[in-house]
Design a protein around this ligand. Structure first.
Ligand code: 9RB
Ligand code: ZN
Length: 374
């Protein structure tokens, strides 16, 4: 059993400016602050805990590289790539596309390294150099659309890795599971009409992007049925997440039988996140990780790649990441020091309205065809 791991110091140098959620604008009442909510320190702290805890000694370091223009334009329009490159040359940088995702000078190369790192980890797993892997990249990617960045995302790292797996690595069918608390709208849009890529997003109902990620969004044309949204009600804890994992995520992967499983791994469903209202602990992330590992074992020779997305609690994200990667590697090095607080809160038992939402999503899984029945 070997688990790949990737982090690069320059991911910690992605400059998100002095705004909070909106760019600083005193006249509008947006006070400057030392840390934007998506400041990279949260992910840097996760890397530090992985090192200091000793987990790093159980992992195989994988080296990333910058994705090429050709690799990025498998997903993004040349106009988007050119705009990011041009703004990245400006002394004060630019914005990914929605006005709330600022980046500093030189961000193009950091974003390209994020996408190229997702590619590098996918290559390491598909070529069998490691059994599974975690790419701790920054900035995140899962909101980015072909023609624009969105929601702190510049390039869609996971989608770029998926296209690379199909174009270069001989993978035909793959699944993307997104457990970031926000909707995985990017992969949904990019692969909407593509039945060779199953996209499953587990997120908080209409959290971000606005009004995105409804149960009824199920893919288009030949891809109809191959997009599964699980819009969880606010306040879901480990019980609801476990029920979604065993009732929808596992069965969807069993129906589809992918050759490779990619995960858009956000830790913002956690109980301490400022940008969502869920209650997940390290127990929940362990359950999610086990679910995709078991499915990858059944269908994909264990080939599983997790790529970092969101997560904004500097205190709890490191423990969530540690538990997730411990599970991938099959070792335990350090207990979750916050679990006595968040694990003992009420709200972890599955509630009837949570069960009802998950059961409603599960009624659609019959439309997913596996290769033999396709
Ligand atoms: C603004 C709005 C948000 C809210 C949440 C995120 C989280 C992203 C993430 C990003 C942008 C809306 C500023 C709505 O963690 N993804 O994984 N922005 N929210 N309207 N406006 C004006
Ligand atoms: Zn998120």
């Amino acid at each position: 059993m070997s688990t790949g791991y990737l982090w690069h110091e320059v991911f910690g140098w992605h400059d998100t400016g002095t705004g909070t959620l909106f760019p600083a604008d005193p006249a509008a009442g947006h006070q400057p602050i030392s840390h934007h909510v998506a400041h990279p320190d949260t992910k840097r702290r996760m890397h530090e805990l992985i090192c200091v805890s000793g987990l790093i000694d159980h992992l195989t370091r994988i080296t990333g590289r910058e994705a090429t223009r050709e690799e990025i334009t498998r997903v993004h329009t040349p106009a988007h790539v050119d705009r990011i490159a041009a703004e990245s040359e400006q002394p004060k940088g630019g914005d990914a596309g929605d006005g709330i995702s600022p980046f500093g000078k030189g961000a193009y190369r950091i974003a390209a390294l994020g996408a190229g790192s997702a590619i590098a980890m996918t290559e390491a797993v598909v070529r069998g150099e490691v059994d599974n892997g975690y790419a701790l990249v920054n900035p995140a990617g899962h909101h980015a659309l072909p023609e624009t960045g969105l929601g702190f995302c510049i390039f869609n790292n996971v989608a770029i890795a998926a296209k690379h797996a199909q174009a270069v690595l001989g993978i035909e069918r793959l699944a993307i599971v997104d457990w970031d608390v926000h909707h995985g709208n990017g992969a949904q849009a990019i692969f909407a009409d593509d039945p060779s890529v199953l996209t499953v997003s587990l997120h908080q109902d209409r959290c971000f992007p606005p009004n995105s990620g409804l149960v009824e969004e199920r893919g288009t044309g030949a891809g109809e049925g191959y997009n599964v949204n699980i819009p969880m009600p606010v306040g879901c804890g480990d019980g609801a997440y476990q029920y979604a994992a065993e009732t929808v995520i596992g069965p969807a992967l069993d129906a589809f039988r992918p050759e490779l499983v990619l995960v858009a791994s956000g830790f913002d469903p956690n109980a301490m996140d400022p940008l969502a209202r869920q209650l997940v602990t390290t127990r929940g992330f362990t359950t999610l990780t086990r679910t995709v590992m078991d499915a990858a074992e059944r269908h994909s020779q264990g080939r599983l790649v997790l790529v970092q997305e969101g997560g904004y609690s500097p205190v709890y994200v490191p423990f969530c990441g540690l538990a997730t990667i411990e599970t991938l590697a099959g070792v335990h090095v350090l207990d979750d020091a916050i679990l006595p607080v968040v694990g003992g809160m009420g709200g972890h038992d599955l509630e009837p309205h949570q069960r009802a939402l998950v059961d409603r999503v599960a009624t659609h899984l019959g439309d997913i065809a596996s290769p033999s029945s396709a």
